[in-house]
Write a protein that binds this ligand. Structure first.
Ligand code: AMP
Length: 222
């Protein structure tokens, strides 16, 4: 399947994208993760994108689209993919459509996870990432973890762009630039909407059901 995940920062795109990827045996492709890797690499591209990411602004479309196109050309994406964090503008959505049209494999669905704005800001301010392996944890897991990553033992820290001020900026950017992408897919009849304020397994089950895949998906499921 070829899917994109849509929703506010903190809606659960990464969590659900990861679970869907495992469940459907397709790679989750996160542009945020790709940009953070580029930043760490200290290349010319890294210097170009640094300011945007740190301020919670969008990286310009031409850089983002080029990065995604290159990633989609890799062999594993031939089986399908879950894009997490892309597209975030209508021009990006059009570029993706054009790329997929060229290879004759259009998107199957755009999954929109709905959560209220205040809930999204609260989740983003509370979540932490592992400095070592990059895994993200919500508030409940962070409280149980003793400050260490349950997966690898690395220290849990706040993403710099998850500070309340930058998170609010990202929310504004979402409302002005990304929200129209939801309408773009709705008009094309491939938007799937789910309630993101349920337990993680229930959100996953709703998505799978809407995609015509089997329900009853355990969170750990494989
Ligand atoms: P994320 O981890 O998806 O919240 O992305 C973190 C940051 O990476 C965003 O705030 C942007 O600065 C940048 N970014 C990620 N995806 C995109 C995109 N599709 N277009 C432009 N910038 C992006």
């Amino acid at each position: 399947m070829r899917l994109v995940m849509l929703g506010l920062p903190g809606a659960g795109k990464g969590t659900q994208g990861e679970l869907l990827g495992r469940r459907l045996a397709i790679p989750r492709i996160s542009t945020g993760d790709m940009f953070r890797a580029v930043l760490r690499s200290e290349t010319a591209l890294g210097r170009q994108v640094k300011e945007y990411v740190e301020r919670g602004e969008l990286v310009p479309d031409h850089l983002t689209v080029a990065l995604v196109e290159e990633r989609l050309n890799q062999a594993d994406a031939g089986r399908g993919f879950v894009l997490d964090g892309f597209p975030r503008t209508v021009p990006q959505a059009r570029a993706l459509d054009e790329k997929l049209r060229q290879i004759g494999r259009p998107l199957d669905a755009a999954v929109f996870i709905h959560v209220p704005e205040e809930e999204a800001v609260r989740r983003v301010s509370a979540r932490r990432v592992c400095e070592q392996c990059g895994a993200t944890y919500g508030q409940a897991q962070v409280e149980q973890s003793g400050g260490r990553c349950p997966a690898c033992g690395g220290p849990l820290v706040q993403r710099p762009d998850d500070s309340e001020e930058t998170a609010r900026r990202r929310l504004q950017v979402y409302l002005s630039q990304t929200r129209p992408v939801v309408d773009y897919y709705k008009e094309r009849g491939i938007l799937v909407e789910v309630d993101g304020q349920q337990p993680i397994p229930d959100v996953l089950e709703d998505i799978l059901r809407a995609l015509g895949q089997q329900g009853n998906a355990g969170v750990s499921g494989g």
